[in-house]
Design a protein around this ligand. Structure first.
Ligand code: NAP
Length: 352
């Protein structure tokens, strides 16, 4: 590959937005291809895996591995091959021009030929009354971060997926009781997680129930929660339509949200990169290969939870990260414009 043609010193070959498992995997592959990637670590460095406990289904770890450990190992691996890391989020992405230009939260601007979007997803909020005020004061989206503050407490976990089961199980280490509040009477979580949660003596289930308000203050923390329920499920919409539902205030010391995630794509909203209705980056929007990380903009690739509403697994994100780096490498090769690793050093940022 002719990597020298068309290179200028202040333009990166590839910038990777996000340092979760997808971003790190892309960084390993891009660094091994001598592309000298720069990884932007956002507000949650290491992504969602750093918030989970043991990962039991990542291939190669028969006894499981801690999320934080997996991420730290991945970062070391990427650095070993020459990937660089910096803390910043992208505030504006000009991808209709070449090279692409990224305005960062630290006030600087980056220029890059290729861009890999691996910015992941963030926890969704329920929309219950007082949640803005109480987030961080007894209301949380992360049991591994905040569970230890709840020794001998009575807690609610909202949601019916794997995350809710995992959070509930983790919280039993500290709490007196954990009640999983789910809007239907059937869980979405995988069978193994459902079995574990249902067999646990400290976990109860509130079926066909939703949270409409959290009561308390920043001084006192959470003191109770207002729940609505209806035997047909989805009680909140019935409550809002003023239909007959059961309304109950229960005394609790903490509430944990585990109702899924939203993709971190704000910085792509007004760009030609196509997002779907829920904000996920659409890959292969014009058809194309059966599996690709290409977006609507040539040279912009996406991997992991930011483009995958379906699988959302650590192992699939890692796979897609490697695909994005391979796709970026091939694209750079086809445009004949990547900078050789032995060319003059590329500054990390310009304009600061
Ligand atoms: P999820 O599978 O999308 O489940 C979200 C849950 O929250 C669903 O039960 C949903 O109810 C409920 N929900 C959504 N919006 C709600 C609202 N506004 N109010 C009340 N409830 C609401 O999300 P997840 O549990 O975060 O899992 C995401 C992915 O990560 C999945 O693929 C999962 O397998 C994976 N994951 C795996 C593990 C593991 O293997 N250990 C752990 C965590 C996550 P409905 O069911 O009614 O839609």
């Amino acid at each position: 590959m002719n990597k020298g043609t068309g290179a200028t010193a202040d333009v990166r070959n590839v910038v990777i937005v996000g340092s979760g498992v997808a971003g790190l995997s892309a960084a390993v592959y891009a660094a091994r291809a001598d592309l000298e990637p720069l990884v932007l670590e956002g507000p949650e460095p290491g992504g969602q895996l750093t918030l989970t406990t043991d990962i039991e289904n990542y291939l190669g770890f028969p006894e499981g591995i801690g999320g934080m450990e997996l991420i730290q190992n991945g970062k070391e691996q990427a650095e070993r091959f020459g990937a660089e890391f910096t803390h910043a989020t992208v505030e504006n992405a000009a991808v209709e021009q070449r090279p692409f230009e990224l305005d960062l939260s630290n006030g600087s601007t980056l220029r890059t030929r290729a861009l890999i979007v691996a910015s992941g997803a963030s926890a969704r909020w329920v929309g219950a009354e007082n949640e803005d005020e109480l987030m961080g004061y007894g209301l949380s989206t992360c049991a591994t971060c905040d569970g230890a503050f709840h020794r001998d407490d009575d807690l609610l976990v909202i949601g019916g997926g794997d995350s809710a089961m995992e959070e509930a199980l983790f919280l039993t280490k500290f709490a007196d009781s954990v009640t999983v509040v789910h809007r239907r009477d059937e869980l979405r979580a995988s069978e193994i997680m459902v079995d574990r949660a249902q067999e646990h003596e400290d976990i109860a289930f509130a079926w066909n129930t939703e949270l409409v308000a959290i009561n308390g203050s920043q001084e006192e923390g959470v003191i109770s929660a207002t729940l609505v329920s209806h035997p047909d499920g989805y009680p909140q919409e019935k409550y809002e339509a003023e239909e007959d539902v059961d309304v109950e205030a229960v005394d609790v010391d903490g509430v944990f949200y585990a109702i899924g995630h939203e993709p971190n794509t704000d910085f792509l909203e007004n760009t030609p990169v196509v997002l779907d209705r829920d904000g996920y980056v659409q890959t292969a929007p014009a058809g194309g290969a059966w599996a690709t990380t290409e977006t609507a903009v040539e040279g912009v690739f996406a991997a992991g939870d930011v483009m995958d509403p379906d699988y959302q697994q650590a192992v699939t994100a890692a796979g897609m990260g490697s695909m994005a780096a391979l796709d970026a490498e091939e694209w750079l090769e086809s445009t004949d414009s990547a900078v050789a690793s032995n060319s003059e050093p590329i500054p990390t940022e310009v304009g600061d």
